[in-house]
Design a protein around this ligand. Structure first.
Ligand code: NIG
Ligand code: FE
Length: 417
């Protein structure tokens, strides 16, 4: 039995299966059909088109009239740290009182604070808390997600986080419905206290001990490094990416958040799927990216929360680089996984048009986690991961209504959540 949703006010992000991503100059277009239908069978988009072309087969099609509704593909959140043990409000207050994110980290707060809290939490509790957050972000339209480790910083801690992510992948959100989740191993997120004076020793430990174990349990899809002053150098990032590649882990890396160290060129050389943050970009970085297939991911909620610069997305798009947007949901720099808000920030603070931002949140974000074959657009054969919006007249109505969600219903694999 197929279900046909009819009289859709406008159906957005219609793409041919051959379109895997949208480069900068093409991001201003987001193809749509007005007065449309969409047919869903076994959780997959079987057909769609204008109402006048709809052929209904009696006894085989179930009709649901959704007039006054805008339908889009679900958001793909290609960069999150959704598994964590505790929130960090104290650091938030410290920043209000004048300390910087880097100063807080330098005195043992930040990522190390989260790592300390995570060591003492059981895998079960970590899982329960993460599942609550996952269900929360589904409500605001996230239908596929990437989740990183990186608050373990020890063998047990990192494995615990990755096993939680694996359990989330195996969790039925509704009978028979699983979310598309990608796991990223971020052992090199910060230098743990026991390696304080031996950073290279920790890098060697990641490569010689952690990676083989992560790979043998098949716990990760990608490898990540926080390449930044006081964290990991470009050369250490390269060592880790090369080691990860031997286990088939492709790179998605944190680079250029505070400093341009030349990491982008190296990440591109190592075929990174995406480079993320990019608040600070130099000309060479743009040149490296424009000659590559690497997706540039901006995280505007992080800039908003820390009160820092936003990624210069127009410089990227002007060079025809494919830009994605993600939440960076984490307890330190971005305690929010609401992509509707990311959408608003992209338009308001980074001056992306609603069409550009929507491409960055769907098709390009899907490419940034290699899910472009299955999600990210309205394409025959893709998963029916859809958002149903009421009370808006156009795509612009989503970011315009900032701070709220205009989503009426979220569908994953053809099932309303
Ligand atoms: O992407 N920059 C590094 N990692 C996270 C923040 C982690 C934290 O503060 O807990 C980020 O912003
Ligand atoms: Fe991050």
């Amino acid at each position: 039995m197929t279900t046909v949703y009819t009289n859709i006010k406008e159906l957005f992000q219609i793409r041919d299966a051959s379109i895997k991503r949208v480069i900068g100059s093409q991001m201003k277009e987001c193809p749509s059909i007005k007065n449309a239908f969409i047919k869903i069978k076994d959780g997959v988009i079987e057909d769609f088109g204008i109402m006048s072309d709809l052929v209904v087969v009696e006894n085989q099609d179930q009709i649901v009239d959704v007039q006054n509704t805008i339908v889009t593909p679900g958001y793909v959140d290609s960069h999150t740290h959704l598994v964590f043990a505790a929130t960090r409000e104290k650091e938030f207050e410290d920043r209000i009182n004048g300390l910087t994110y880097e100063q807080i980290a330098a005195r043992g707060g930040g990522i190390l604070n989260s790592a300390a809290r995570l060591q003492n939490m059981s895998e079960d509790e970590l899982y329960e808390q993460a599942l609550i957050r996952l269900k929360e972000v589904v409500k605001t339209g996230t239908t596929s997600i990437e989740i990183k480790s990186g608050y373990g910083l020890s063998m047990e801690g990192e494995l615990k986080m990755l096993r939680v992510i694996k359990r989330l992948k195996e969790t039925e959100l509704s009978p028979g419905v699983f979310m598309s989740i990608k796991a990223t191993f971020l052992g090199a997120h910060a230098v743990p206290l026991n390696y304080k004076d031996n950073k290279q020793g920790y890098v060697d430990f990641i490569i010689a001990e952690m990676l083989p174990k992560v790979a043998s349990e098949n716990l990760a899809d990608y490898i990540d490094v926080f390449c930044e002053k006081n964290y990991f150098s470009v050369s250490q990032m390269v060592q880790i990416l090369e080691a990860g590649a031997k286990y088939g882990l492709k790179a998605k890396v944190h680079v250029n958040q505070f400093n341009a160290l030349g990491a982008i060129e190296k990440a591109v050389e190592h075929n990174a799927i995406s480079v993320d943050h990019l608040e600070v970009l130099e000309d060479e970085d743009l040149i490296s990216l424009s000659n590559s297939n690497t997706i540039a991911t901006a995280l505007p909620s992080c800039s908003f929360f820390l009160g820092l610069d936003y990624t210069p997305v127009h410089d990227l798009m002007d060079k025809d680089i494919a830009v994605a947007l993600a939440s960076d949901y984490n307890p330190g720099s971005t305690p929010s996984g609401n992509l509707n808000f990311v959408f608003s920030l992209a338009c308001i603070k980074m001056k992306m048009t609603p069409q550009q931002a929507f491409n960055a949140l769907t098709i390009n974000a899907a490419a940034a986690v290699e899910l472009d074959e299955s999600v990210g657009s309205i394409t025959k054969g893709k998963r029916a991961d859809l958002l149903f919006f009421k009370n808006i007249d156009d795509l612009a109505g989503i970011p315009y209504n900032f701070g709220t969600s205009q989503i009426d219903k979220v569908m994953i694999s053809g099932t309303f959540m």
